[in-house]
Design a protein around this ligand. Structure first.
Ligand code: FAD
Length: 508
């Protein structure tokens, strides 16, 4: 039996591999001419695929590895040599990709059976069962209910029928910012080997115009199963204790803080979601007194993986193709120039864009409360933002980027949250040290030097009043909107228009 293994399906324990003797892998290069993916993303995927190929061969599999311009060209070559072969393919997580690939195989005289995707902890049937019990699969869906359901079903962090520690979440302990002069613990380092260097040289030459750092010194991502396991161990031992309290914090000059940086490895299949969760939960249960990982960190991490990651995958499945075009707030502006240049006086934006440019990564709060929040308030087209995230991040795949950007980040659909994650400068000031060194005044809403977030925030609330007031969860905010007089609104409108102009002409 031949298993066709895609570049984001590298997990060695995947069910179809157990009964396969032959593996097909196609390294397709042309797709990256259509969307200019970050050079580090391309280096990561191609290097991880080549390492997986070698590991499979060492384990005795016969691997056909084809380098081609496209899947079509790769399949042409494969079926010339193996006419009529029957392939087994894990259903890709991105919408309609499975059917598309199956058709391509059949057009070349082969056969392609789609089987379950083993990169997730829960199945479409699990989600349907949960959604049915809550009144149907039409949505909108809410993560918190799903998360509790998965905890109960899997027994993860459960004490009989109750959550370990008595609470389902410990978010109130997880909103700290580090003290002054704090430095985050280091991240694991992986010396690029021959394969990674070769791939990196190829990527640098072929995709030289792509946005993002081409410097191999900035490349920190695990490319083998062994490196990914080391990254997981390192996180659990070194950064997990502080992960909880500082998970929402932002610190100038620090891009990784205590985040796990595991999403690229999980999304490629170098790590399985269940083993990641188990490692973190074991650090809580196996520890003794002071050596046990704190519950607020452990639960906070578990929620990201079995709550959010699984949830967005299913909501995406259920909501496509509509989610791919959703724009309930009718936002159509181009992204501010600063998303491409990183050049802006706004410290928060310049830090977050800089992290993406240098590492293809920004942590969750930068993604949500800086990069999406600003684009949302500015009125940027959610699909242009989605494209920017998709090409800019090492962990981006359509199934995960789209629900996060179009759903969570920009409220272009209410499929997965009941109100937008919109905030003025207050949030950034509370959770970071950015504002103290920023030339913009976070306390000022209008007039020269006022933080761009503020006027945009009020302007956004007023412009979208019809949709947002009705969500029922924005009552407090609209009581402030109602309290502003005409003079205040005129100054807000003027400043918001000024900020949008500065955004467009690159002078923000
Ligand atoms: P940690 O903070 O250490 O979290 C642990 C793990 O939880 C992550 O590795 C990831 O596997 C999972 N996780 C947490 N939140 C989510 C979520 N909302 N959706 C899916 N998985 C989650 N994640 C991606 O994997 N790819 C993306 O393209 C992506 N785009 C995003 C865009 C926006 C606008 C937002 C708000 C979030 C996005 N996320 C995306 C989710 C999340 O921000 C990243 O998974 C996380 O920041 C990755 O860094 P980490 O591994 O250090 O995560």
């Amino acid at each position: 039996m031949t298993v066709w293994l895609l570049g984001d399906q590298l997990h060695r324990e995947a069910a179809p591999l157990r009964s396969a003797d032959h593996v097909l892998m196609i390294e397709a290069h042309g797709f990256a001419d259509r969307l200019p993916y970050h050079p580090q993303k391309l280096t990561l995927v191609f290097s991880a695929m080549r390492h997986a190929r070698d590991a499979l061969r060492e384990d005795g599999y016969d691997v056909t590895y084809v380098e081609a311009e496209s899947f079509g060209a790769g399949l042409d070559r494969y079926f010339e040599a193996n006419p009529g072969d029957a392939l087994v393919l894990q259903r890709p997580a991105s919408h309609a990709a499975g059917e598309r690939l199956r058709d391509m195989v059949e057009e070349r005289g082969g056969d392609c059976t789609l089987v379950a995707n083993d990169g997730f902890l829960t199945t479409p049937a699990d989600f349907a069962e949960w959604a049915d019990a809550r009144g149907g699969t039409e949505g909108p869906y809410r993560q918190e209910h799903w998360y509790r359901h998965v905890r109960r079903e899997t027994g993860v962090l459960m004490d009989g029928d109750d959550p370990v520690g008595g609470d389902w979440n410990y978010d109130d302990e997880n909103r700290e910012t580090p003290p002054e002069n704090w430095s985050p613990p280091g991240i694991p380092e992986f010396e690029p080997d021959e394969i990674t260097r070769e791939v990196h040289a190829f990527v640098t030459e072929r995709y030289d115009a792509h946005w993002g750092s081409h410097d191999l010194a900035d490349f920190v991502w695990p490319v083998t199963r062994g490196q990914a396991l080391h990254a997981l161990d390192h996180f659990v031992e070194v950064r997990l204790p502080e992960f909880g309290p500082y998970q929402d914090a932002m610190v100038e000059g620090e891009w990784a803080l205590d985040h796990s940086l595991l999403s690229p490895a999980i999304n490629l299949g170098l790590l399985g979601p269940r083993e990641v969760v188990d490692a973190v939960v074991d650090a809580y249960h196996d520890g003794d007194g002071d050596t046990a990982a704190p519950l607020n960190s452990v639960e906070g991490f578990v929620r990201q993986v079995i709550g959010w990651r699984e949830f967005v995958r299913h909501v995406y499945r259920e909501s496509m193709p509509a989610m791919g075009e959703a724009n309930q707030l009718d936002q159509t502006r181009d992204l501010p120039e600063a998303y491409w240049t990183g050049e802006t006086d706004m410290v928060c934006l310049s830090e977050a864009v800089g992290h993406v440019r240098d590492h293809g990564y920004a942590h969750h709060i930068e993604r949500l409360m800086v990069l999406s929040n600003f684009a949302l308030l500015y009125g940027a087209d959610p699909h242009e933002l989605n494209r920017w995230f998709h090409l800019g991040f090492v962990d981006a795949f359509h199934w995960v980027t789209t629900p996060n950007v179009v759903g969570m980040g920009t409220f272009a659909t209410d499929a997965l949250s009941s109100k937008p994650y919109a905030s003025s400068a207050n949030y950034v000031n509370e959770m970071s040290d950015y504002c103290s060194g920023c030339p913009y005044y976070h306390t000022k809403t209008t007039g020269e030097g006022a933080c761009p977030f503020n006027a945009l925030y009020w302007d956004f609330l007023r412009e979208n009043e019809e949709t947002l007031r009705g969500t029922g969860r924005m009552g407090l905010m609209y009581s402030h909107v109602d309290g502003k007089d005409d003079e205040e609104w005129a100054a807000i409108e003027e400043r918001a228009a000024e900020v949008r102009e500065m955004g467009a002409d690159g002078t923000l």
